[in-house]
Design a protein around this ligand. Structure first.
Ligand SMILES: NC(=O)c1ccc[n+]([C@@H]2O[C@H](COP(=O)([O-])OP(=O)(O)OC[C@H]3O[C@@H](n4cnc5c(N)ncnc54)[C@H](OP(=O)(O)O)[C@@H]3O)[C@@H](O)[C@H]2O)c1
Length: 372
């Protein structure tokens, strides 16, 4: 796909992806786009990224940094430039006005307000447009955004911290902490990059979690939404999960929860949303839709075993992140998953390894569903 054939387009998109990642925590629900502008002689003239909603888009920031050097230059951008007037003027127009000769776009924007219009505007103005260089890296970086705009749903990351033998709590119920400080800090980073952290009623009752992103620098400006899936109203509105001073809370429930319980959650400051009931609890499809409507691009599900298995069985997991610690907790300990993929190996689902990284004595394994 590289028009210049020497890989320079992909290289500069990779640089733009890195820049875009700087906005990953703060840009949502907007995409964390990055851009590099190269001048006529092929030298980098300006770089930019989208920092937060309302702030300049990546292309606008890079154009401002490049100034007059953008004329006859090439703009590299991880996502198709926008074509609509939002809080900031359309980027396709700004690129044309700056006299950019060529625009290299890694991925088309599936947002219905853009969806090819940005590329069309550029081409209509006589700009040479290339789409696709560096697409793999950009798609990986922007996966939650792309999924959200295509499906309307939150991108679902299932996170688990387990022993070498796949257990998440010792036989006496103790589970703090299975992994070491480096792995835990990495999990907090992932919370900070998620717009929601989700748990089942079992975990909320047993662990009294606070589900905040903490213990790293710089501290988050906005805590992720804490989401409790409690179809019958088993979790009382007490403890850190229901402290609105800590972070906002959303309870997803069904009409099987008593009205007094729902009132109690609301009185504690939580939002409550009703979805349909299924045999396992709340309708998980409807829950991910609901989170999508709440501007959650990435939902990080943190247990427990029952909820994890229900999500896997429903085919709703977009990524698995497992931290594996060198401890053996034995067969009486709590498993990371409450159910199997099937009784025979041929029925077991396949996952594609995305990365394996050491964190102290622990290892982080990232998997995507096969074929996506
Ligand atoms: N080490 C770790 O990483 C880690 C992380 C989390 C948890 N844990 C451990 O895991 C244990 C809790 O796990 P758990 O399996 O008992 O509970 P869980 O998965 O946290 O919660 C399961 C409950 O969530 C509710 N739920 C609502 N909708 C659901 C749906 N569609 N599918 C599945 N569940 C749904 C159900 O209760 P209702 O029917 O009442 O709605 C269900 O019983 C604790 O001991 C905790 O310490 C360990």
């Amino acid at each position: 796909v590289d028009e210049d054939g020497d890989g320079r387009d992909s290289e500069l998109i990779a640089r733009a992806v890195e820049l875009g990642e700087q906005g990953r925590r703060t840009a949502p629900p907007n995409p964390w786009v990055g851009s590099v502008i190269v001048d006529e002689r092929g030298e980098v003239a300006g770089v930019g990224f989208h920092e937060r909603p309302g702030a300049p888009h990546a292309e606008a920031a890079a154009l401002a940094a490049a100034g007059e050097r953008a004329r006859n230059g090439t703009a590299y951008v991880t996502l198709e430039p926008c074509a609509h007037q939002a809080r900031t003027p359309p980027c396709a127009e700004a690129l044309v006005a700056a006299g950019v000769r060529r625009v290299v776009v890694a991925v088309e924007d599936p947002d219905p307000r853009v969806a090819g219009r940005g590329l069309a505007q550029l081409r209509a103005a006589g700009v040479d447009v290339a789409v696709g260089p560096g697409a793999a890296a950009a798609t990986r970086s922007l996966a939650p955004y792309l999924h959200h705009r295509r499906s309307g749903r939150a991108w679902c990351v299932l996170k688990t911290a387990m022993s070498l033998d796949g257990r998440t709590a010792a036989p006496d119920g103790s589970s703090r902490w299975i992994t070491g400080p480096a792995a835990r800090a990495d999990a907090h980073r992932m919370r900070a990059e998620s717009q929601a952290v989700v748990v089942g009623a079992g975990t909320a009752l047993t662990d009294q979690p606070s589900l905040t992103a903490r213990d790293f620098d710089p501290p988050v400006e906005r805590q992720p939404l804490r989401v409790l899936l409690d179809s019958r109203g088993r979790v009382p509105p007490t403890g850190p999960l229901f402290d609105p001073a800590v972070a906002p809370t959303l309870v997803v429930t069904t009409d099987a929860a008593a009205p007094e319980t729902v009132d109690g959650w609301r009185a504690a400051g939580a939002k409550v949303e009703m979805v349909a009931a299924t045999q396992q609890g709340v309708d998980l499809d409807a829950t991910l839709d609901l989170l999508g409507r709440h501007d959650v691009l990435q939902a990080m599900v943190e247990g427990g075993a029952t909820l994890h298995s229900a999500l896997l069985a429903a085919g709703l997991v977009d990524r698995v992140v497992a931290y594996v610690a060198p401890k053996v907790l034995g067969p009486r300990a709590l498993p990371a998953f409450s159910d199997s993929d099937g009784d025979t190996l041929a029925d077991a689902s396949s996952w594609q390894l995305i990365s394996a990284a050491p964190f102290g004595d622990d290892v982080r394994l990232e998997y995507d569903p096969e074929g996506r």
